[in-house]
Write a protein that binds this ligand. Structure first.
Ligand code: SF4
Length: 351
């Protein structure tokens, strides 16, 4: 079990051997712009002898983050344009995001909400703001699912989470409560009996969506933490971001998806990276992403297939962007491409 304080400054990164002392000043500039936190569990996972380590790339700041490109934007998925009250994003009819907290145990260098999370971010909802957010959910009977995200909701104490869940429990039309988190991977010891009990609201179904991007993140400790959630009756799904230098490789991606399934976590979303500020060094082209997503078909079990999606900039929601396997030929005929890349007519010709 990894205990101790997270690494938060350039000096601490240098002391931990995660950056060269010569890079300290440049990294300080990045750290003053975008929050840094690396938990002991993550620091232990980083291979210091490997300069391109995919875990380090996700969490150790890089001077490239200060390079902005014209297409990048502070709110890449348009949360702000769908926020009727503080802490609520109501983009789709039957579900809302409830962003109670904008703090995370780690700060991912590619984070799509990097302008909102961290010590300079939007903070934690005040009691009055949380009351207004819950009142919004109460008065909108079309809301079937509440997704707690942020920030990482599992940084809240079991007591605070229990209070929120108790209030959602009292709203009849809410049937599903979902948590988006990195905690089982980056701070697995936090998933203890009290936290697991707090996540379950009587009469509701609890889902936990685990964010992980590389198979090495699914350590024995992480798998034990997710097992504690699943054994308690919580359903788990995954979400991953396609990232250059982390998982832009068919073998790595296949291993990641298999690792989820082996841990009883259903692969759910594979996100195309968002246009977050200072993240161009992580982005791939849509064509590269489509090729990678298609490489999973046939290579690994159907259980291991995530849906490749893009959040349309401006708040227009998610769209599936995988390459289509079917094209219309007219007259009710189609060409379908199999997982080996071979084309077939549908209905079959000459029969
Ligand atoms: S845990 Fe999620 S919200 Fe927090 S920094 Fe990482 S991607 Fe952003």
């Amino acid at each position: 079990m990894s205990k101790g304080r997270p690494i938060r400054t350039a000096r601490e990164l240098a002391d931990a051997g995660l950056i060269d002392a010569a890079a300290e000043e440049a990294i300080s500039h990045v750290a003053s712009r975008y929050a840094v936190a690396i938990t002991p569990a993550v620091a232990n996972l980083i291979d210091r002898g490997y300069p391109d380590d995919p875990i380090a790339r996700q969490f150790v700041p890089d001077p490239a983050e200060l390079t902005l490109t014209p297409e990048e934007r502070a709110d890449p998925i348009g949360d702000g344009s769908h926020s009727p009250v503080a802490g609520i994003v109501h983009r789709y009819p039957d579900r809302v995001l409830l962003k109670a907290v904008h703090v995370c145990p780690v700060y991912c260098r590619f984070c799509f909400r990097r302008e909102m999370v961290g010590p300079q971010g939007l903070g934690t909802l005040t009691t009055a703001e949380l009351d207004a957010a819950i009142a919004y959910i109460e008065t909108h009977s079309e809301i079937w699912e509440v997704i707690l995200t942020g920030g990482d909701p599992l940084v809240l104490s079991p007591r605070r989470l229990g209070e929120i869940l108790e209030r959602l429990q009292a709203i009849d039309h809410v049937k599903v409560v979902r948590f988006h988190t990195r905690v089982p991977v980056v701070e697995p010891e936090r998933i203890d009996a009290d936290l697991v009990a707090a996540l379950k609201a009587s009469g509701k179904t609890t889902y936990v969506a685990l964010h992980a991007n590389h198979p090495r993140e699914l350590t024995a400790e992480a798998r034990a933490a997710t097992a504690r959630l699943i054994d308690a009756g919580i359903v788990m799904v995954s979400q991953s971001v396609l990232l250059r230098g982390v998982n832009d490789d068919p073998e790595v991606l296949a291993e990641l998806m298999r690792a989820f399934v082996e841990a009883r976590i259903k692969p759910y979303y594979l996100h195309h990276p968002d246009l977050a500020p200072g993240t161009s060094h992580f982005r791939l082209s849509i064509e590269e992403g489509q090729t990678l997503a298609a490489s999973l078909r046939g290579r690994i079990s159907g259980l291991c297939q995530p849906t490749y999606i893009l959040d349309i900039p401006g708040g227009h929601g998610k769209a599936v962007i995988s390459a289509s396997a079917i094209s219309a030929e007219g007259g009710g005929c189609y060409t379908i491409t199999d997982f080996r890349g071979n084309a077939h007519s549908y209905p079959p010709k000459g029969q």
